[in-house]
Write a protein that binds this ligand. Structure first.
Ligand SMILES: Nc1ncnc2c1ncn2[C@@H]1O[C@H](COP(=O)(O)OP(=O)(O)OP(=O)(O)O)[C@@H](O)[C@H]1O
Ligand SMILES: Nc1ncnc2c1ncn2[C@@H]1O[C@H](COP(=O)(O)OP(=O)(O)OP(=O)(O)O)[C@@H](O)[C@H]1O
Ligand SMILES: [Mg+2]
Ligand SMILES: [Mg+2]
Lengths: 257, 257
């Protein structure tokens, strides 16, 4: 079981879209995949048509009330694809855990105690646009980091800080953590800006830069409004093809082939 | 002096782009405008070509070390437009202030004690993509809220939570706070998605929906890489025209004409 943190504190770069559609593409390839929604906005949860009500059990129950992970896992409409939903109460976790000893290791502990761990090939964490305790839990529990990135200048700005935080987690809490790759999202090859920023990313991250590119594609932005993955909403679209190609590259990279 | 919180916890919807270019458009109209960068990513700071070094004084000095606002204000390349920069240390403010009495009212206090308050017509706060203590400070200090919004489904999801938080601040800490308007950003009129989501925003927010629309325009995404506002980078672009039109609508709305 490989754990992957999908993270970038810059907002709106494609974290949720990547977590859902990469996971769905890996499931299509035959892998069993679990997605954890670690964002209080619960965009991933909505994207796969789950709407947590107040009674239901979400990521908050795991992080705050020590509810076992096995009780939280739900199936999605896609075969071999599962999800642990989030809800807006997750926003309060930062305060609730502020003084708890080892608060950044709660998720790792829950995954180590997860009896069905051997049934899953991948677990992907969709992180919020910040580097607080929720993202820290994801980085401590992860084997690799996947950094979606918009091919735009402001998105480039935060990369140094993100790498700094990852290195701190590697040093203090998770020495085995590796940066998997940087994935350019929402790429518009018609504009010079995309090309220039991609060149800049290549200079800084060279070998870590994925070969795949996720092109700007309105079908990817439509899919969440139907509670569907790109494969259910528009299987012939550029969005579907790009995530399929990236899933193949990603599986080969982590040696899961 | 009108204080405006530019806020939306959804990431990447155009908060920073709106704060910079609306402020610059208001400055062009003759108003004196101060921008406060409340985001640890410091995108606003970079957008107007300021690069805080470790010695310099930023929002962190105001919120954590009670440094007076007057000492932090810097001019920009645009006449009548000023900025208080941020830096990545602002990310630590959430923890540092966790147990301080009245931590959400620090910014309001600093503005009340600001001797040059009468010299400014507008103060705009660029908020991070979260609803923590930084955004709370902005909402407590603000007279009005401006909500930039992407005409996409996932951006629609968080609006109910945002309105809930605004109402809580109105009830407990800032009864005078009003929702100014909801501004559709990055609108691509060619796609049905934009039109559908705009219709949905209209049903929920009707009278609060701005008449202006900010169209998708690559010049707006290029400007920050030169440290310039849209007016310095591409004064004839759709981006410049759209923010000029919105600034006129906004000034009329707040009765500052
Ligand atoms: N390749 C793409 N083409 C077109 N639209 C896209 C693409 N990827 C994502 N989007 C849309 O762009 C917006 C931002 O994407 P998404 O919500 O996945 O980013 P995020 O990084 O998860 O945001 P946040 O920081 O708020 O968590 C969404 O409305 C999404 O539907
Ligand atoms: N109207 C527009 N047309 C094209 N690009 C835009 C437009 N508005 C913003 N952008 C670009 O989209 C990206 C997101 O915008 P911006 O950073 O202003 O959003 P934000 O809400 O401040 O993000 P965050 O949540 O990370 O603070 C940036 O790269 C910006 O340059
Ligand atoms: Mg997301
Ligand atoms: Mg911003």
């Amino acid at each position: 079981m490989q754990c992957i943190a999908v993270i970038n504190q810059k907002g709106g770069v494609g974290k949720t879209t990547t977590t859902v559609n990469l996971s769905a593409a890996l499931a299509q390839m035959g892998y069993r995949v679990l997605m954890l929604d670690m964002d209080p906005q619960a965009n991933l949860t909505v994207h796969v048509d789950k709407r947590p009500d107040l009674e239901s059990h979400t990521m908050t129950s795991l992080l705050v009330e020590d509810e076992p992970l096995a009780d939280l896992v739900q199936p999605t409409a896609t075969e071999r694809l599962f999800v642990v939903p989030s809800d807006t109460s997750l926003a309060g976790v930062e305060q609730v855990l502020a003084n708890r000893i080892g608060r950044e290791t709660i998720l790792r502990e829950a995954l180590e105690a997860f009896p069905q761990a051997q049934e899953f090939d991948f677990v992907l964490f969709d992180c919020p646009p910040s580097l607080g305790v929720l993202s820290a839990n994801a980085l401590v529990a992860a084997d690799r980091v996947l950094i979606p990135m918009q091919a735009q200048y402001l998105s480039l700005q935060g990369m140094a800080k993100l790498v700094e935080v990852i290195q701190l987690v590697q040093k203090r809490l998770n020495p085995a953590l590796q940066i998997g790759c940087v994935l350019p999202c929402m790429v518009d090859a018609r504009t010079n800006l995309s090309t220039e920023v991609l060149r800049e990313i290549d200079t800084h991250f060279g070998p870590l830069l994925a070969r795949s590119r996720i092109r700007n594609n309105v079908k990817l932005a439509e899919a969440p409004s139907f509670g569907r993955t790109i494969f259910e909403h528009a299987a012939d679209s550029n969005g579907a093809r790009d995530y399929e190609a990236f899933a193949a590259e990603f599986a080969a990279m982590v040696g899961a082939a």
